[in-house]
Write a protein that binds this ligand. Sequence first.
Ligand code: FAD
Length: 465
Amino acid sequence: MRERKFDSYVIEPEKRIPVIHEADVCVVGGSATGVFAAVRAARLGAKVVIVECQNSFGGVATNGLVSLWHTFYDEGRNKQIIAGLSEEVLCRMSEIDYRQGPGSSHFFNPNELKIELDAILKEAGVKIYLHTMYAGLSCDGDRITNIFVENKDGRGAIKAKFFIDATGDGDLCRDLGVESYLNPNVQPPSAVYMMQGTKDDERKREYGIKFNEDVVPPMIQRFGKEFGLEPDWGWDTYIPGIYNIHFRADTHVFNLNCAHADELTEAEIIGREKMRKVVRMMRKYGNADEVYTLVNICSYIGIRDTYHFKTKQRAEHMDLLLGKRYDDAILNGTYDIDVHQADSGIQFMRLNGECTTEYTDGTRVVTNWRKDMGLPTDGPMPTYYSLPFGVLVQEKYENIIAAGRMINATQEAFGALRVMVNLNQIGEAAGVAAYLAVDGNKTVQQLDGVEVARTLSKGGSANLC
Ligand SMILES: Cc1cc2nc3c(=O)[nH]c(=O)nc-3n(C[C@H](O)[C@H](O)[C@H](O)COP(=O)(O)OP(=O)(O)OC[C@H]3O[C@@H](n4cnc5c(N)ncnc54)[C@H](O)[C@@H]3O)c2cc1C
């Protein structure tokens, strides 16, 4: 087990713990990844429980304020490659709260998504525990028998036949001692906030910033030092139905591992300090007639990357970039390989060969990775990538799947797979697999990936195989 060393230890006295719930499938963590896992398993007939430590579902998409899912279409925007619950929940939103934007990305009001996620869970008959923190587990051999949770009732146990670890950091996998690793370049977290004040034409003209570019990052380059801000890059986005307020993600917190309590605490505080500094900078140097105000702060810092857990198959970036196909495909995607370097900028690699590096000083270098690898740069190119079920199957424990950003992937493959339209599909696959394992009395290792893919398609996922 990955255990931190402390100077002293105490022994916790033995205690009788009430079994607060029993289910077929227990999902821990309630971003859309976890919610979609729970709904898929429940719709197939499993008795499902979901545990979430925050007061609402949606993870980074809601409580992290990142209310943007990428396109459901392939590169040419000709063929729909993603459907399932991602499409279903957005279609349930009103025209005011959800819009499709340039490049077919999906923009939504995060508060409305919270309510939709409550609703689909309730409709599917899933037992819900909010404000409930996963706190440990028990095993019988290679099977998890129950987890422990902590909430307002104290410590309780939840028994289930199958568990889905959708905690992002892989808290259950950590406690099981599944082999883990950090990528060489751990992508930094960002503390996201909503800021009032988007009228910036005057400043764009004055500083020579293109009309379609966000004004804050170049202003951080120019004036940030005066406010104690490091050179940073980032972006903002409008929120449907909300006027003159954008969510902003230009507050990376560097060189802290948010899977550890003390570093997570430090990251939250640094992130909030940075938000205020950006607002103060805009008050001094932004449009004179604009009122820049911090409207909302994420209820937890957006964590991009911590530990990854080994499984039978690792997701390889060349398989993604070359559009490899699988009989047991559980996911389709197009989102670029997008690696936020810990200190030097951001790099995008696209299926068509384009490779763009944007440095923190604002310079941009464009190359072609296909050319660099001696591959043809014209002619037909893959228009989307897929992922096989094997990437979700670990070697030892029989009744658990980890679904989320703890995925077993190369640093570059992770840079593409980590976005929500992809992880949402992984959640759906985990839910279907959990149901099939319980129904067929099988271990996760005995499951047929092709059957998982077929069952996913029957439940509304775009044609996967
Ligand atoms: C700033 C930022 C911008 C991004 N931009 C985009 C974007 O534009 N589009 C996009 O698609 N992706 C984007 N991403 C990536 C994406 O948001 C994340 O990779 C994705 O949300 C991770 O999903 P997850 O389900 O693995 O984890 P999370 O969304 O972190 O969900 C984990 C859930 O588990 C809960 N949890 C954790 N531990 C416990 C516990 N012990 N007990 C109970 N509950 C627990 C958490 O509260 C949370 O609800 C961005 C990420 C960041 C940080």
